[in-house]
Design a protein around this ligand. Structure first.
Ligand SMILES: Cc1cc2nc3c(=O)[nH]c(=O)nc-3n(C[C@H](O)[C@H](O)[C@H](O)COP(=O)(O)OP(=O)(O)OC[C@H]3O[C@@H](n4cnc5c(N)ncnc54)[C@H](O)[C@@H]3O)c2cc1C
Length: 496
């Protein structure tokens, strides 16, 4: 048949076929050249990072029949998951039903969007809300996670705080142990610890075909992935260069609250694929005693917050996230104290944080009187006495909202029962919120909003879902949801 004989459709079809054939040849022939001495391995799916997202992704892909390689640069899971409190923010769950709590998807969606100032990706947020119940069910059925009794909490957590139960503390360590046990029990997953991903393998047409990694023994291994590579390497909170670039130098001085292993591979590895990086200036913060890693968390709302001059510096009604983010701006050295009195030491939120300070051997200053406390803290005695006296008088007369700065807590505590306690803390960096934007199928999207073939991301590695703040427990839930979605999608692509 000559070209003239062909009809348009045939011509088009033939053209497309030969283009596809050429493409296939290209794919087979042009993956990055293997360095001399490197070995090669072939899997269906390669997962990078053994945190909550990576472990969930590996399990799901394996359960869908894929042969999976799970790589982590450390000798075990060493990301933020092991530091996590173990809160999962979810709704429409059997745990809520068990504990007599109810909620609606629409209320949940609204609260999620409110805490992200309306800037959380609406599609992903809606999917998060809808899939959160399934996430709790899967963790229970597949991983054997058990849940503490739930309580109604102040907005925005309300009735959605599912907390991992078990002997290991914090709950994130319990979660990691159980996820890792399930992964080790799967015959479809091979674990490669001490194996660091350094480069993604790709075709000239920018499809991801695998990953090059180096081991601590100095081996170079090319892991080829038929279905895809899943980036679950967390964010970049311990990459000072990136923090300076995207958030400013002041933020780079904040002590870390979580893992030191999160150094921006979600950005560095994916960059050759031209991903759409979003929310790169956004991060989560929280109070921390940097030198010992003692974490006062919600305790900062149970007393007054003063600087080294013994002056109150912020409305104590604010969330711990807001307070921690503000601290480097409103103090010269990012240090402040939370001062409480005896009336609140047995409140469970406070008691657990005092226990953490003691366990970490972080300083707790104590005084029978405010003057004694000031002496122990090494702050000006008269100034602290005046600060506390002015504050107490304002609270008692219902005028604490007129203080400078105001205290707008509904039931602001009067500080009148010694011994008084002071806990030094700093604003700390918990995690970054920026990274490649993903589709609902966990595909990394490029700058034209098209999925990069073979490249998926989940957990703290992605951008788009969180902005400014989040409801406690949202990150773990999101990591499991999109970890599993990525696992399923990459496993499915193996067969296509
Ligand atoms: C103190 C603290 C408390 C928290 N509490 C909660 C909570 O209660 N609820 C909640 O929802 N969220 C919480 N978070 C946030 C939550 O822990 C994280 O969002 C979540 O664990 C992220 O999981 P991940 O799997 O994405 O990453 P991670 O758990 O951080 O794991 C990333 C892994 O990738 C590995 N890795 C990195 N680079 C490479 C590479 N090049 N090659 C191979 N491996 C690599 C790392 O070693 C690490 O093991 C908390 C965080 C902190 C710090």
């Amino acid at each position: 048949m000559t070209i003239r004989d062909m009809d348009r459709r045939t011509l088009l079809k033939t053209g497309l076929m030969s283009a596809a054939a050429a493409g296939a040849a290209t794919i087979a022939n042009t993956a990055s050249a293997k360095p001399a001495g490197a070995s090669e391995m072939h899997f269906d799916v390669v997962v990078l990072g053994a945190g909550c997202a990576g472990l969930s992704a590996a399990l799901e892909a394996a359960d869908k029949g894929a042969k999976v390689a799970l790589l982590d640069k450390m000798f075990g899971p060493f990301g933020n998951t092991i530091y996590a409190g173990g809160h999962f923010n979810a709704t429409n769950t059997f745990v809520q039903k068990r504990d007599g709590l109810s909620d609606t998807l629409d209320e949940f969606y609204k609260d999620m969007m409110d805490v992200s100032m309306g800037r959380g990706d609406p599609e992903l947020t809606r999917m998060y809300v809808e899939k959160s119940g399934e996430c709790i069910q899967w963790l229970t059925d597949r991983v054997g996670i058990q849940w503490k009794k739930m309580h109604e909490e102040p907005w925005p957590a309300t009735v959605r705080g599912h907390v991992v139960d078990g002997p290991k503390k914090p709950g994130g360590a319990q979660l990691t142990t159980q996820l890792l046990d399930a992964v080790k029990a799967s015959k479809n997953i091979t674990l490669f610890f001490n194996t660091k991903a350094i480069e993604l393998l790709k075709t000239p047409a920018l499809a991801c075909t695998g990953v090059r990694a180096v081991t601590t023994k100095g081996e170079v291994i090319d892991f080829h992935a038929k279905g895809g590579v899943i980036i679950a390497t967390g964010g970049f909170h311990n990459n000072k260069e990136m923090i300076c670039k995207y958030m400013g130098g002041g933020v780079a001085w904040m002590p870390l609250r979580g893992a030191a292993t999160l150094t921006g591979e979600n950005i560095e590895l994916t960059r050759p694929f031209f991903p759409q990086y979003v929310n790169m200036d956004q991060y989560h913060s929280g109070p921390i005693h940097g030198p010992t890693k003692a974490n006062p968390s919600l305790m900062v709302n149970y007393g007054i917050i003063v600087n080294k001059e013994a002056q109150r510096i912020i409305d104590e009604v604010n969330t711990y996230v807001y307070i921690a983010k503000k601290l480097p701006q409103i103090t010269p050295d990012n240090w402040a104290y939370i001062i409480i009195d005896q009336k609140v030491v047995d409140v469970s939120t406070v008691a657990s944080r005092i226990a953490r300070y003691k366990k970490a051997k972080a300083p707790i200053y104590e005084g029978q009187t405010i003057a004694e406390l000031a002496k122990a803290m090494n702050v000006p005695i008269e100034a602290l006495e005046k600060t506390v006296a002015d504050y107490n008088a304002a609270v008692k007369s219902g005028k604490s909202g007129s203080l400078t700065p105001p205290n707008t807590l509904k039931n602001a505590p009067v500080l009148d029962k010694g011994p008084f306690l002071a806990f030094p803390f700093q604003g700390g960096m918990t995690a970054t919120f920026g990274g490649p934007k993903i589709s609902k199928k966990a595909e990394v999207l490029n700058t034209e909003n098209r999925p990069v073939p073979g490249l998926y991301a989940a957990g703290n590695a992605i951008g788009g879902l969180f902005y400014d703040d989040y409801i406690v427990g949202s990150q773990l839930t999101a990591a499991v949801i999109w970890g599993r979605v990525a696992g399923e999608e990459a496993a499915g692509r193996t067969k296509r």
